[in-house]
Design a protein around this ligand. Structure first.
Ligand code: FAD
Ligand code: DHB
Length: 390
C-alpha cells in the first residue's frame, strides 16, 4: 500500500491530524495497536483550551461539543486558608475553556473517520517505522498474522509516551529532559452532580484534590496519593471521605457521592524530547512530551502540535515547500516548554511535598498570597490556563 502520510496512533493527536489533512485532500493511513473500544475506554483529560475548540471546529467535528460541552469562565484555587476564584473571562479579556472529555473528542473524531470511510487500521500489531532518514520511509505492521507494508512520504509518530516512534530514533539523535514527581493522582468517575458549577483545585495539608466534571450529571475527582498506593485498595467511600476533607467544609456539605464507574492512579511526569523531527518522521503529542495533569495541558498541547504539523504538511503538498517541516520542531517546542513551565508551576503550588521541607511549604503560601493580591499574577495564571496563542 502507498499513502502520503502514515500516522502511528489513533489517539486524539493522530485522529485530529488525519482529519485536518483529509480536508485538504492529503491521503493518510492511521495505524493503531488497540481496538476502538479500548481507545475509548481510557478516561483522561477534560478541559479544552479555546485554540483546541477552534481546531475541532476547523476539523468539522465540533457539533456535539458545542451542544453538550460546558463553557467555563473561571475556576477556584485554594491553598492553605486562601481561596480564590480565577475569573478567566475577565482576566483574559473574554477567553474561557470548554469542559468536554477526551473520550468524547476521540469518539467525535472516530465517527467522522467512519463517516468518510477513512483508512484507520485498528489492532495493528508490531507497527514499525523504517527508513525515515531517507526520502522513501515505510511502515510495517501485522494484522491477523499477515505482515503489511505502507510506503509513504512522511511518518507522523502520534503514538503516545510508550509508542514505537520515539523509541525508533537512534539514541544519539535525541535529547530527553525528564522530571518524575513522587506521587500520583487517584481519579474517580461517578454519575453524581458536580459539587460546584466550576472546577476546584485545592492544596490541603493531606494533599492535592481536584473537583472536575464531564457533564451536569457526571463528576470527575482526583486526589494526590503515594505512588505505592493501588487504586483497588481505595474503597469508593474512602475516596469520598478524603475528598470531603481536602476540598473543605463548604464543598463537603454539598458533595453528592455514589458508586465509581472508573478508578485509576496516574503517575505525574514532566518530559520533553528534542527535537521532534527526524528526517521524514515527526513526533506529536505525548510521543514527544508529557506534562503533569495539573493545569490540564496534555491534550491541549497535543492539539497545538497538530496545528503546527498539519500546517507544515499542507504547505509541503500545496506549495512544494519544506520550510514548514523544517521549522515544525522549533515552533512546537517553543510552545511546549511554556506549557511545561506552567504545568510544573501549578503542580509545585498545589501538591504536598513533605520531602522538600518547611521552606518549600512557606514558598507555596507566599506564592498563593501573591496570587490572591496581584492582578498581574492572576492575569498570568489565567492566560496560561486558557492557552497561550498558537
Ligand atoms: P495518546 O492518547 O496516548 O494516544 C496514542 C495512541 O497511540 C494510543 O491510542 C495508543 O494505543 C497508540 N499506540 C501506542 N503505541 C503504539 C504502537 N506501537 N503502534 C500503534 N499504535 C500505538 N491530560 C490532561 O490534560 N488532563 C488529564 O486529566 C489527563 N489525564 C491523563 C491520565 C492518563 C492515565 C494519561 C496516560 C494521560 C492523561 N492526560 C491528561 C494526558 C492526555 O490524555 C494526553 O496528553 C493525550 O491523550 C495525548 O494524546 P496523544 O494522541 O498524543 O496520545
Ligand atoms: C481534569 C484534569 C485536569 O488535569 C485538570 O487540570 C482539570 C480537569 C479532568 O480530568 O477533568
Amino acid at each position: 500500500m502507498r499513502t502520503q502520510v502514515a500516522i502511528i496512533g489513533a489517539g486524539p493527536s493522530g485522529l485530529l491530524l488525519s482529519q485536518l489533512l483529509h480536508l485538504k485532500g492529503i491521503d493518510c493511513v492511521v495505524l493503531e495497536q488497540r481496538s476502538p473500544d479500548y481507545v475509548l475506554s481510557r478516561i483522561r483529560a477534560g478541559v479544552l483550551e479555546q485554540g483546541m475548540v477552534h481546531m475541532l471546529e476547523q476539523a468539522g467535528v465540533s457539533g456535539r461539543m458545542h451542544k453538550e460541552g460546558l463553557p467555563h469562565d473561571g475556576f477556584t484555587i485554594s491553598v492553605g486558608d486562601t481561596r480564590l476564584r480565577i475569573d478567566l473571562k475577565g482576566l483574559t479579556g473574554g477567553s474561557n475553556v470548554m469542559v468536554y472529555g477526551q473520550t468524547e473528542v476521540t469518539r467525535d473524531l472516530m465517527d467522522a473517520h467512519t463517516a468518510r470511510g477513512a483508512k484507520v487500521i485498528y489492532e495493528a500489531a508490531n507497527v514499525q517505522p523504517h527508513d525515515f532518514d531517507t526520502a522513501s520511509p515505510r511502515v510495517t505492521y501485522q494484522k491477523d498474522g499477515v505482515t503489511h507494508e505502507i510506503a509513504c512520504d512522511f511518518i507522523c509518530g502520534c503514538d503516545g509516551y510508550h509508542g514505537v516512534s520515539r523509541a525508533s530514533v537512534p539514541q544519539g539523535a535525541i535529547t530527553e529532559y525528564e522530571k518524575v514527581y513522587p506521587f500520583g493522582w487517584l481519579g474517580i468517575l461517578s454519575y453524581v452532580k458536580p459539587v460546584d458549577h466550576e472546577l476546584i483545585y485545592s492544596n490541603h495539608a493531606r494533599g492535592f484534590a481536584l473537583a472536575s466534571m464531564r457533564s451536569h450529571t457526571l463528576s470527575r475527582y482526583y486526589i494526590q496519593v503515594p505512588l505505592s498506593d493501588k487504586a483497588e485498595a481505595w474503597s469508593d467511600q474512602a475516596i469520598w471521605d478524603e475528598l470531603k476533607i481536602r476540598l473543605g467544609e463548604e464543598a463537603a456539605a454539598k458533595m453528592e457521592t455514589g458508586p465509581s464507574i472508573e478508578k485509576s492512579i496516574a503517575p505525574l511526569r514532566s518530559f520533553v524530547a528534542e527535537p521532534l523531527r527526524f528526517g521524514r518522521m515527526m513526533l506529536a503529542g505525548d510521543a514527544g512530551h508529557i506534562v503533569p495533569p495539573t493545569g490540564a495541558k496534555g491534550l491541549n498541547l497535543a492539539a497545538s502540535d497538530i496545528h503546527y504539523l498539519s500546517e507544515a504538511l499542507i504547505e509541503f503538498y500545496g506549495e512544494k515547500s519544506e520550510a514548514g517541516i523544517d521549522d515544525y520542531s522549533r515552533k512546537a517546542l517553543a510552545r511546549i516548554w511554556k506549557a511545561e513551565r506552567f504545568s510544573w508551576w501549578m503542580t509545585s503550588l498545589l501538591h504536598q511535598f513533605p520531602e522538600l521541607g518547611p521552606f518549600n511549604a512557606r514558598m507555596q503560601l507566599a506564592d498563593m498570597d501573591y496570587l490572591a493580591h496581584s492582578h498581574a499574577a492572576q492575569v498570568s495564571l489565567a492566560e496560561n490556563y486558557v492557552g497561550l496563542p498558537f
